[in-house]
Write a protein that binds this ligand. Sequence first.
Ligand code: BGC
Length: 772
Amino acid sequence: MKQYLTIDEWSIIEESFDPQTQEISESVFSLGNGFMGGRANFEEQYSGSSLQGSYMAGVYYPDKTRVGWWKNGYPEYFAKVLNSTNWIGINIDIEGIPLDLAKCTVSDFRRVLNMKEGTLSRCFTATLEDGKEVKVESIRFVSMTRQEIGAIRYSIIPVNFSGKITITPYLDGDVKNKDSNYDEKFWNEVEKQAGTEGGHLTLKTKKLDFHVTSAMAFDILVNGEKVNADAEAIEQEKYVASKMNVSVQSGDQIVVYKYVANVTSRNHGLGQLVDAAQTALQAAKEAGFVTLLTEQIEAWREKWKESDIIIEGDVSAQQAIRFNIFQLNQTYNGEDDRLNIGPKGFTGEKYGGSTYWDTEAYCVPFYLSTADSSIARNLLIYRYKHLEKAKENARKLGFAKGALYPMVTMNGEECHNEWEITFEEIHRNGAIAYAIYNYVNYTGDKAYLGQYGLEVLVEISRFWEERVHYANRKDKYVMLGVTGPNEYENNVNNNWYTNRMASWTMEYTLEALDYLKKNESTRYAELVDKLGLQESETAKWNDIIAKIYYPADEELGIFLQQDGFLDKEIIQVKDLAAENLPLNQKWSWDRILRSCFIKQADVLQGLYFLGDRYDLDTKKRNFDFYEPITVHESSLSPCIHSILASELGYKDKAYEMYLRTSRLDLDNYNNDTEDGLHSTSMAGTWMSIVHGFGGLRVHDGRLTLSPSNPGHWTAYSFKIMFRGSRLKVSVSDAQVTVTNETDIPASITIYDKEYTVNGLSSITADSNSITV
Ligand code: BGC
């Protein structure tokens, strides 16, 4: 763990340049707008280690599967979000010597991610090999209001010389994914044009025919005056550039404004890409940098209005939570129901950038509370649209009916290829059903069930029905050969979490059917017909619900992670010598699998999801048993533990786990930030505050809060949207105040007392009710 970033409430700041941390910073300082984004690479050439990364949402490549031993049922490919045209590039040569921070002396370096305004800026002084010194300042952003536009202002001042500076803005499509399975490049060139004032480049993917056009335009000013330097247009394979020589006196300031439009065939017809890019580009250029920046600041002001969390008395925690919220809002904006949230967002390539259960289990709650409900709904519809593919996937694995959603996907097809995950980590189906419940419970939008939800629930229930089987000896339904959320055990029998979520899905499906039968009888009849739903099926689900096997240990009063769990040698993490950790880097896989050590919440994940069905004592016994043997080697782990610890009144543990999740990337806890940020676990950090310290739950359509102060902060507040109203919940040691920022009244319960918060007014809960 290396802390090198300055603590600040609204910004992430790096105060000096260290090539050793460059790739970490490239991840941390990433920019995105839900449509496109990229790592914080330098505009000018850089020959040190770097992962050049620029990504367009939904533009992916089916990279042929690479495995040692092929197994029937494996997907043919692994979908990768494509590293696409590098559009930020502006090369600088100073009298023939490239400005390259890996090759010169760098001083006064400062890089700032301004989270309030959505910009990335950098300044430094560079002394080249021949002693020439330049001062550089740059600022760029990916527009939140014009999704296809990025803009850069890049300024250079020659400090101690007069002479020629060569400036080369370019678009470079000759890029490669770092994680390409066969070291292949995925793009072909379609067309290009380089001119003296800009240029464009169209590439298409070698498979699937995604086209992306990038178009650039620029202005160059010296001391505020536009210059018309003679430009040389350069065209190379998958590359266009314009090279200009500018003569300057020492102390002059050259400013380059570079505007870029990136458009894709996902949103425009193939023949219209260049026009679409040029139209967006010209509009942006005419608006000018200052107007674009003002729009950006305004858009972020609106975002923060909905989702800010304020922590008083702890700047480090404040910075961390804003960083998480900022990155989530950069990753997904919910405007396009074909898109989803990759575990690394636009910040890196690991995990292929596809959809995991992370979305339903971790991200949906964030978007439910911090954005219009249509956004979480779009995440659900994304899965609805993949239902046919999920059914095909189940058939492919030999199931006669039902749907098995993929563990990893881009278009609904499974593209993960480790058997213990692809075939066995089927609990993902439960999270997808749970998200439907979560959405309906939170928003009250029961119409969703008839429109989309029920079909998904029925097909998932059918899958569970077939996946369990009746074991005579036990007189119970069992589920064999699964991997639970804890990937440090594979092919186990009766993973409590999976069995529990399976039977819960069937219960909820029956409840949804019942609701529709009573309230939307026509739609109910239509759906029964469309689904061919038989009474024998619902009878079977009832039987499974009544007789499913839940492994438990009476003596310890806990649910068992799986049948054989207590046969393991139980050792607590605190009793392991530090050199063993992290296990996934220090131990053989075989040793990990046989050990009792848990990667991430498993039984506890179930107790979090189904929290209203278990009493505090049950949660406590399970937490006390499982948390001490959990190594939290998934970024998704600490947040669930923090939430449960808050509920149980384990303040220190809750805070310890909160710190671990919130500064995971800023402090590079898992030593892997250079691969990209843990975007999906950032939603878990948000949950640690709002569901954990804030105690937010929704019961029977009623918002309930039971806030506590983790003890390290003077006060904190968070915003939540609930059924039309936007509430600001402020918690101090002495009181809880809820302010309704809209004119829609909200009914809420704080601890056990009911309140109505009228529009544009506040209520304060009794101070003596702050317990824990
Ligand atoms: C976790 C999974 C998760 C995946 C992507 C893995 O390390 O164990 O639960 O879906 O990362 O975030």
